[in-house]
Design a protein around this ligand. Structure first.
Ligand SMILES: [Zn+2]
Length: 337
């Protein structure tokens, strides 16, 4: 029988489980909203969608892979800490193993899983040195070097969003530092650039709230898409915010090139929907900041798997026995994509 694995994408507001075959194709998908961040409630919701995915697939299930936010102990699958959930030392891997004793269970950081997904089945295929950066509420990332996913000494490799690019003038990051790449160049960063520049555009309507009955604070509803679209239309305030944003994005990308010298950097997440409009702005700025690495040798492209990258990567890890949750931490360093 053809093989599949269950890939789980665990996010702050919902959990998705999918049956993914060896070609990286999704055959069945189940989602559950998450309202309560209590570990027992989250794990119950996760087990529910995993159970549905196992029941729905006609394939032989090789294992369960889970991509979760936070720093994760690879030997046990325990979440050491996850700011998104407010968790510390939650034994996620063991709880899922208890619920599904028939299957091997692997737990890894969600951004690393997405990187593995794009590398094995998306735009990273065929390369040896690859970086994924997801430009959403934050910046998630991951590095593939010499064909292997980089995990680091304590699973911290790939936290590209938290390298500092504007220590003096930057925005405060969710991690507590000032001027992190994530604070400047995520979708949230684009909104913050627009607010910072607002005094220079007193007649701009870019940030005005709509006249509707939605009770949620406007700032929470204002997405980066509104600013991106206005920049594409030529709105002066939005163009200024977009330019400041692209400068910061390019600064971080040039640092990534200096550290990793990847063949391809793939950009995913909401902001990357701007496509060529973003790439045309950013590529020359990156070129200008690239010095010791031969210019033009890193291709900057859009990621192709979208929101499915995390689940596909988690399933890929489970299928290949790559993210070893039961073995020694040393074994986790052997993840070969
Ligand atoms: Zn940070």
């Amino acid at each position: 029988m053809a093989r599949a694995a269950i890939g789980v994408d665990l996010g702050g507001s919902h959990v998705m489980a999918a049956a993914v075959d060896e070609a990286g194709l999704i055959h069945a998908r189940f989602e559950h909203e998450i309202e309560d961040h209590d570990p027992a409630a989250v794990i119950a919701a996760l087990a529910d969608v995993v159970r549905s995915a196992i029941a729905a697939t006609k394939h032989d299930v090789a294992g369960i892979g889970i991509g979760s936010p936070g720093n994760i102990d690879p030997s046990s699958g325990t979440i050491r800490y996850s700011p998104n959930f407010g968790w510390e030392n939650v034994p996620l891997g063991q709880r899922v193993r208890d619920a599904f004793p028939k299957y091997p269970v692997f737990v890894a950081n969600d951004a690393r899983c997405a990187t593995l997904g794009e590398y094995a089945h998306g735009v990273g295929q065929g390369t040896q040195d690859f970086v994924l950066l997801t430009l959403g509420t934050g910046i998630g990332g991951g590095i593939v070097a010499q064909g292997a996913l980089s995990l680091g000494h304590q699973m911290g490799a790939g936290e590209i969003g938290h390298h500092t690019i504007r220590p003096d003038t930057g925005f405060i990051c969710a991690c507590g530092k000032v001027g992190c790449f994530e604070a400047q160049a995520s979708g949230t960063g684009l909104i913050r650039h627009a607010f910072r520049l607002a005094p220079s555009f007193p007649r701009s309507a870019l940030l005005d709230p709509p006249k509707d009955d939605d009770p949620r604070p406007w700032r929470d509803r204002l997405g980066s898409k509104r600013i991106r679209k206005a920049a594409q239309r030529g709105d002066a305030h939005a163009v200024a915010a977009w330019s400041a944003y692209c400068e910061d994005l390019a600064l971080g990308l040039s640092n990534v090139i200096a550290f990793v010298n990847p063949e391809v950097i793939a950009l995913g997440g909401g902001v990357s929907s701007a496509g060529d409009f973003m790439l045309e702005h950013v590529k020359p700025l990156v070129e200008a900041r690239t010095t010791m690495v031969p210019r033009g040798t890193t291709r900057i492209v859009r990621a192709t798997l979208g929101n499915d990258a995390g689940a596909v990567g988690a399933a890929t890890a489970a299928m290949r026995g790559g993210l070893i949750a039961r073995a020694t931490p040393a074994a986790a360093g052997q993840i070969v994509a």
